[in-house]
Design a protein around this ligand. Structure first.
Ligand code: NCD
Length: 333
């Protein structure tokens, strides 16, 4: 029973609430599905925002730029860095997160719910959806159904655009430039989605590319054709020794076991490469080693203390880049 003298008073002083602001940055409301959406201007914009995010985090840890916003993090494949960095990014900007990252098996997906329905449900709660899924094109499908922006956090062996943004940002911050660099990609160039995305982004710069892989893990033809069409200096080899002396960037990747239909084939190539201190002794004094991680033996632990080993600094950049991207897509940066 309500008290007799109860009068319904408004909970909020609606006239005093600030207007919902968005900035005209060209990103607001955009689905981030592929690196093809990023030209050099857009890259510069996100990088400049990421630097501001870094400065802000180093000084005060966080802000309320995205207060009142909710992110749904929907992961159908395992993840440590991508999911954690999106969550940390949202938290540091004052927003909230629905984390469906530790087992879609506990969500209604295990009851047979389709991606389309899951997405149309999550958008009732959230302003933006980050999706990782084993099938190529899944984030496009999600974006077709969702009315809120969808960010592709990896669609099978397809693309991983936010990883490529942080990879490129790391190269730029570590070496001070992108034009004129020699970048060597090593490992699983066939199934590694980070390789597809980073390669395509690098084509916007004046770079030379070296692709190092066993025969069965060579760069797919469609990506290689884009490389050739872009007219960059490119070569393929099976041997790291062919590229180590001249490389400015060594981008090392894991063999993607989960993409092999024939595990015997995986066994043949799983230990193909290992970056060791002996190999690093042949590399330039000023160069960097990157890896999207997780590593499963491609880089010896003894390399970690080498100042050129930049893979954990790369991890940190992932948070700044995702802060910049979330704020831009939500129209707040
Ligand atoms: C990569 C991925 O998921 O594609 N990891 C990541 O997002 N940092 C690389 C990998 O799993 O090998």
């Amino acid at each position: 029973m309500l008290a007799e003298n109860h009068k319904l008073k408004p909970l909020f002083d609606f006239d005093a609430l600030p207007p919902k602001q968005t900035v005209g940055n060209g990103f607001t409301g955009m689905d981030v599905l592929s690196v093809a959406q990023f030209d050099r201007d857009r890259l510069d914009y996100i990088f400049a925002r990421a630097r501001e995010m870094r400065e802000m985090v180093l000084r005060i840890g966080g802000t309320d730029l995205l207060r009142g916003h909710v992110l749904a993090c929907l992961f159908y494949e395992p993840s440590t860095r991508t999911s954690s960095s999106f969550i940390a990014a949202m938290e540091r900007l004052g927003g909230g997160v629905i984390p469906i990252t530790q087992g879609v098996q506990f969500s209604s997906v295990s009851k047979g719910e389709t991606l389309a329905d899951t997405v149309r449900t999550l958008e009732q709660y959230a302003d933006i959806i980050v999706l990782r899924h084993p099938e190529i094109g899944s984030s496009q499908l999600a974006a077709d159904y969702a009315s809120v922006p969808v960010i592709n956090a990896g669609d099978g062996p397809g693309e991983h655009p936010t990883q490529a943004l942080l990879d490129l940002f790391t190269i730029r911050e570590e070496l001070g430039r992108l034009d004129g660099l020699k970048v060597a990609m090593i490992g699983d160039l066939r199934y590694g989605r980070t390789v597809q995305s980073l390669t395509k982004l690098l084509l916007q710069y004046d770079v030379s590319l070296r692709f190092v892989s066993p025969e069965i893990l060579r760069l797919p033809l469609n990506t290689m054709n884009q490389v050739i069409d872009a007219g960059v200096n490119v070569r393929e080899t099976h041997d790291v020794a062919d590229v180590i002396q001249n490389a400015d960037v060594l981008y090392v990747t894991r063999v993607q076991k989960e993409r092999f239909s024939d595990l015997a084939q995986y066994e043949e190539v799983k230990n193909y490469y290992e970056i060791t201190p002996e190999l690093m002794a042949q590399a330039k004094e000023k160069m960097i080693v990157l890896h999207p991680l997780p590593r499963v033996g491609e880089i010896h632990y003894a390399v970690d203390s080498d100042p050129r080993a930049a893979y954990f600094r790369q991890v940190k950049n992932g948070m700044y880049i995702r802060m910049a991207l979330l704020a831009a897509v939500l129209g707040r940066a």
